[in-house]
Write a protein that binds this ligand. Structure first.
Ligand SMILES: [Zn+2]
Length: 298
């Protein structure tokens, strides 16, 4: 059984790039007669707001993107995350890191996803403090995946990332750990998300292997770029076509090089057409789609 999901963080309403991911993951689940879950990544309680959760739900429903089952909230799973955190600790694959952010910044070489942690605390046998982070030990093993759109992707995590954090110094479990625990609990089989997360996928596979959790199939879609930058919550708001769900659907299908439905269809007919004709392999861009030309002419 195909089980997919869409997992927004409620730090703002969905922008067009996130909506594109929602639509694509929905279509991929439907084409495979699968389930499509909605999971709210609300662990970072400093940035999360209830009003954004409500807004995201409204946005999805307006687009007729209805999810299967109850909405999943990461904030209700702290005990599950701690269970798996302790499991990794009991396997002696972690250590306590007391480095300050400043210390890491000045001592690390730039890497593909922030600075490469130089292993400062690896052999220090630090004792627990109030605000320590927990890092997982990496090794020489190359971690690879066969992405449904990006193809073969591999990483030497120790070399390119360094020992990475699984619990932050503010006591919040890291995205990398939380997401693999979620996918295990939700029996997720397929993940379709933005290519900005491709670099973090090997870390997730690495943790899945340590914990002997099932592997998942991945498709990383190009992100939307505007003026050379990734579309974010602070730019591209004008691209939301508020109250025009049909236009949003048609725009997304165009960005993703899908067959465009005939004119004058209802929203439901557009969606039916999109499901019938959906094909990931049609997507021409890999890492990003530059939408400047499109918006300046429309
Ligand atoms: Zn450290």
């Amino acid at each position: 059984m195909y089980i997919g999901r869409f997992a927004p963080s409620p730090t703002g309403p969905l922008h067009l790039g996130s909506i594109m991911i929602a639509i694509a993951s929905f279509l991929e689940a439907k084409v495979n007669n699968g389930l499509w879950h909605l999971k709210i990544d609300d662990l970072d309680h400093f940035r999360v707001k209830q009003e954004y959760i409500n807004q995201i739900k409204e946005q999805l429903l307006e687009l007729n993107l209805s999810w299967d089952g109850e909405i999943i909230f990461q904030s209700k799973r702290i005990a599950n995350y701690n269970f798996f955190l302790h499991k990794i600790e009991s396997l002696r694959r972690t250590y306590i890191c007391t480095c300050s952010r400043k210390k890491i910044l000045t001592n690390s070489e730039p890497g593909i996803d922030g600075g490469i942690y130089p292993g400062t605390c690896r052999h220090k046998n630090n004792t627990r403090k109030k605000n320590h982070a927990i890092r997982v030990l990496t090794n020489k093993e190359i971690v690879a995946l066969n992405d449904g759109l990006q193809g073969h992707y591999e990483q030497d995590i120790e070399e390119q990332i360094g020992d990475f954090i699984i619990k932050r110094s503010d006591n919040i479990v890291s995205y990398q750990l939380a997401v693999i625990v979620d996918d295990y609990l939700d029996k997720t089989t397929h993940i379709l998300r933005g290519a900005d997360l491709l670099e973090s996928t090997p870390r997730q596979i690495y943790l899945q292997k340590i914990l002997s959790l099932p592997q998942i199939n991945y498709i990383h879609l190009p992100t939307l770029n505007i003026a050379g930058r990734k579309l974010s919550k602070s730019n591209g708001d004008d691209l939301m076509y508020k109250n025009d769900p049909k236009k949003i659907w048609l725009t997304v299908l165009k960005f993703l090089d899908q067959k465009i439905p005939p004119k004058n269809l209802t929203l439901n007919e557009i969606i039916e057409f999109a499901i019938k004709n959906w094909c990931v392999k049609n997507i021409k861009s890999k890492r990003f789609i530059d939408i400047d030309d499109y918006i300046h002419t429309s």
